[in-house]
Design a protein around this ligand. Structure first.
Ligand SMILES: NC(=O)c1ccc[n+]([C@@H]2O[C@H](COP(=O)([O-])OP(=O)(O)OC[C@H]3O[C@@H](n4cnc5c(N)ncnc54)[C@H](O)[C@@H]3O)[C@@H](O)[C@H]2O)c1
Length: 265
């Protein structure tokens, strides 16, 4: 795909890129002519994905857990060493939450926040100096509509995603003068291994609510999210910053559609 939305030679780091949304984002950016460093803790799946995407453009891989102390610097070094710049950072790696508060143990609470929020802070901190020096940057944090609505049975997850939205707005405020934008994407249910596992364990009303009882009566596809990320990371989105782009088929905006109330849920 030839596209003038990205200046030739742009480079992106995408975390959690071995599967699901991260893979779709990496694929889309490669098709847009962006060089991509794919990062994931699942080294085997990462290698398979990179082999499948290699024909699309210039990509590299780095197998690590983003919560490791050395991870942010390793990512910065590998991207600069392989590609020579870091123009785009997509903080996508994330894990699902687990329990309502009264059943939650504190180590689990901390673990979800560590992956979904604290690692994003550290990785972003490591990458910012290169973007500031270049006077250009696009940061996209993968939040969730649950960060806006709360999430029944997974307060740890919802809190981590709400935190990401506040971090995003703060980054937008602090670094706009450097030519750096920061935005969040807040997906609803998207067909990925994570969502399929989650939906399989939830009651019928939850599944119907997420998949059918909304204006766009289908589950989202990873490509729906990748298209939003492609826009927000493009050169042409330079005046869009501090925004949370909800990609949920209209679920959050409409809450419930009255004509569905007569259905047996
Ligand atoms: N799928 C959905 O419905 C949905 C909805 C809203 C938000 N999200 C968010 O989108 C992001 C991607 O979700 P997905 O559905 O593609 O999930 P997924 O589980 O299918 O893929 C996540 C990838 O991230 C990697 N990963 C997880 N923790 C990591 C870590 N600590 N270090 C490095 N890699 C790590 C995993 O190995 C995996 O390859 C997550 O942040 C998730 O919270 C997903």
């Amino acid at each position: 795909m030839t596209n003038s939305r990205f200046r030739p030679g742009r480079v992106a780091i995408v975390t959690g890129a071995a599967q699901g949304l991260g893979r779709a984002i990496a694929e889309r950016l490669l098709k847009e002519g962006v060089g991509v460093l794919l990062v994931d803790r699942n080294g085997e799946q990462l290698d398979r994905t990179a082999a499948e995407l290699a024909g699309l453009g210039k990509c590299g891989t780095l197998a690590l857990d983003v919560t490791e102390e050395s991870a942010p610097e390793a990512m910065r070094e590998r991207a600069m060493g392989t590609f020579g710049s870091i123009d785009i950072l997509v903080n996508n790696a994330g894990v699902a939450g687990s329990r309502p508060v009264h059943e939650m143990d504190e180590p689990r609470w901390r673990q979800v926040l560590e992956v979904n929020l604290n690692a994003v802070f550290r990785v972003t901190k490591a990458v910012l100096p290169a973007m500031m020096a270049a006077g250009y940057g696009r940061i996209v944090n993968m939040a969730s509509m649950t960060g806006l609505t709360g999430f029944r049975g997974s307060s740890d997850y919802a809190v981590s995603k709400a935190g990401l939205m506040a971090l995003t707005r703060s980054l937008a405020a602090d670094y706009g003068s450097y030519g750096i934008t920061a935005n969040a994407v807040a997906p609803g249910a998207i067909r990925t291994p994570l969502a399929e596992k989650l939906l399989a364990t939830r009651p019928k009303w939850y599944v119907r609510g997420n998949l059918e009882i909304k204006p766009v009566e289908r589950i989202g596809e990873p490509e729906d999210v990748a298209a939003a990320v492609a826009y927000l990371t493009s050169d042409e989105a330079g005046y869009v910053s501090g925004h949370v782009l909800v990609v949920d088929g209209g679920l959050t905006a409409t809450h419930f559609l009255p004509d569905h109330f007569s259905d047996e849920v």
